[in-house]
Design a protein around this ligand. Structure first.
Ligand code: NAP
Length: 478
């Protein structure tokens, strides 16, 4: 008699969720369902539609290994093309019929007697599965800044990840609060049409040229394989540039400084845009257009702190009123929350939010002691400073599949990581991270407690190696 196949529920429908679903379906797991809070699939690539939205990972790396995209039109793909790719994957692997749209998971509780997770949706409905996989991402919940007076503004305001395309920016005065990865992409497009742009910058970023350009069709069709390998090898080297003092770090730093000097002549503006922390501590950004845009007459960079938002604009601490018609909040995401928009309760009523109070941690970024049959895709310490997250997601999915296979083979109904194995893994990881460049400035990788909870230290290959073979003794099988 064969083992009963587990029911598997996946939260989300972005890269992590779709990749994991394909891995499990291809391995023969049949009862795989996905819950998506929106009415369309795609995760961040569905939500971030701001003008200029695109990926700063080279497109040869930005597709699944099981569905290498040989149709990318450019070296750095833009959002519509990436979303179209994800939709194509969903169609090719018949995933759509498995996705329950409009199902926002708000709670998940382990039912020890039944050996199941009970999942509750915002509607109040529930569902039950043997194995619960979270694939909600690290950057899925936009954060509006808590600036006094934000509710008083009488113009239009929105977050960059909730772009209001009904607002015509032509001839308008537009403020951008934030100057990060999203702003670097939308500010040039906004400046193309707006009469005035004021970018409020709290901290400058290192920005290097983006080697972008079209990928001719025949080239993409035939050369994507070799390009993928070459780009991967290069990006593994780039990841080394995140180790302070290396030749690579010095090279990237020089590149960023040259990029700034070439585009910005005004010494005062140059000074404002020069980072004073080591390169790589915040995400290194890629753009050929950002600096030239900031040098334009109708674009201002304001570095004075914001005091409040007024009915007609933004007031800085020096008393200046910057009157604008539209405010774009490019202020990023609740990166430290991980699963906390969902009330996850494991064995003995333990809340995941409590376990992660001082910053999230998980064995291989996927497994937390006390939370049987819960797997986390793109969990703690699996984000990258350089390289393609898709590679990480696939390594995780393969590991989850191994855990499921072993469960089935042993006719075990529940599995969880052993606390000592998780602790060992985490201590080792945190020791490596303590000396990393990310410990040297404020960034979204770091929990207020000081733990670096987002990033994997270094290149992607060691993660793939760490996840390749399941270490069965690190888990308790019941
Ligand atoms: P972000 O990198 O977190 O940038 C947020 C910006 O808002 C920063 O400049 C931050 O300043 C500023 N900010 C936040 N709160 C503020 C406040 N209360 N007052 C004033 N300024 C405030 O967010 P993001 O640009 O949306 O990007 C997030 C991540 O998404 C990226 O790092 C990247 O991983 C991903 N992403 C990727 C791409 C791509 O592939 N091209 C594009 C967009 C996003 P501080 O720096 O001082 O905190």
């Amino acid at each position: 008699m064969s083992a009963p196949t587990p029911s598997i529920g996946i939260i989300g429908s972005g890269f992590g969720a779709l990749g994991t679903a394909v891995e499990l379906l291809e391995a023969g797991y049949e009862d795989v369902r996905l819950w998506e809070r929106a009415d369309a699939l795609g995760g961040v690539w569905r939500d971030n539609t701001y003008p200029g939205a695109g990926c700063d990972v080279p497109s040869p790396l930005y597709s699944f290994s099981f569905a290498v995209n040989r149709r990318w039109s450019r070296r750095y793909a833009r959002q519509p093309e990436i979303l179209a790719y994800l939709e194509r994957v969903a169609d090719e692997y018949a995933l759509r019929r498995r996705i329950r749209f409009g199902h926002e998971v708000v709670a998940a509780a382990w039912d020890a007697d039944a050996g199941e997770w009970e999942v509750r949706f915002a509607s109040g409905d529930t569902d039950r599965v043997t194995v619960l996989i979270s694939a909600v991402g690290q950057l899925s919940d936009p954060v509006m800044p808590s600036i006094p007076g934000i509710g008083d503004f009488t113009g239009t305001q929105f977050h960059s990840a909730q772009w209001d395309h009904s607002v015509d920016l032509a001839g308008k005065r537009v403020a951008s609060i934030g100057s990060g990865a999203s702003a670097v992409q939308y500010v040039p497009r906004v400046a193309d049409v707006a009469s005035r742009v004021v970018m409020f910058q709290r901290t400058p970023n290192h920005i290097i040229p983006k080697p972008d350009g079209p990928l001719p069709r025949p080239w993409a069709r035939t050369m994507m394989g070799p390009e993928r390998l070459g780009t991967w090898l290069l990006s593994e080297q780039f990841a080394r540039g995140l180790t302070p003092g290396t030749l690579m770090a010095k090279f990237i730093d020089r590149l960023a400084r040259m990029n700034l000097h070439r585009a910005i002549e005004d010494p005062e503006l140059r000074r404002k845009l020069t980072p004073t922390y080591p390169i790589g501590c915040k995400r290194i950004l890629f753009s050929n257009e950002f600096y030239p845009t900031l040098a334009k007459d109708h674009v201002d960079v304001v570095t004075d702190s914001i005091e409040r938002i007024t009915p007609t604009g933004v007031r800085t601490v020096d008393g200046t009123e910057h009157e604008v018609d539209v405010i774009v909040h490019g202020t990023g995401f609740a990166s430290q929350d991980f699963l906390s928009s969902i009330e996850v309760v494991g064995e003995g009523g333990t809340r995941l939010a409590d376990v992660w109070e001082d910053g999230a941690h998980a064995y291989l970024g996927m497994y937390v002691p006390g939370f049987p049959n819960l797997f986390v895709s793109y969990g703690p310490n699996t984000n990258l400073g350089g390289g393609s997250i898709i590679y990480m997601l696939e390594a995780q999915a393969r590991h989850m599949r191994q855990v499921l296979d072993r469960m089935g083979a042993g006719r075990w109904t529940r599995v969880q990581v052993r606390p000592d194995a998780e602790r060992r893994f985490d201590e080792d990881l945190q020791a490596q991270l303590q000396d990393s460049v990310w410990a040297r400035c404020d960034n979204w990788y770091t929990h207020p407690s000081g733990r670096i909870t987002s990033n994997w230290p270094g290149a992607t290959k060691p993660f793939e190696r760490a996840t390749r073979d399941l270490v069965a003794e690190d888990f308790a099988w019941t």
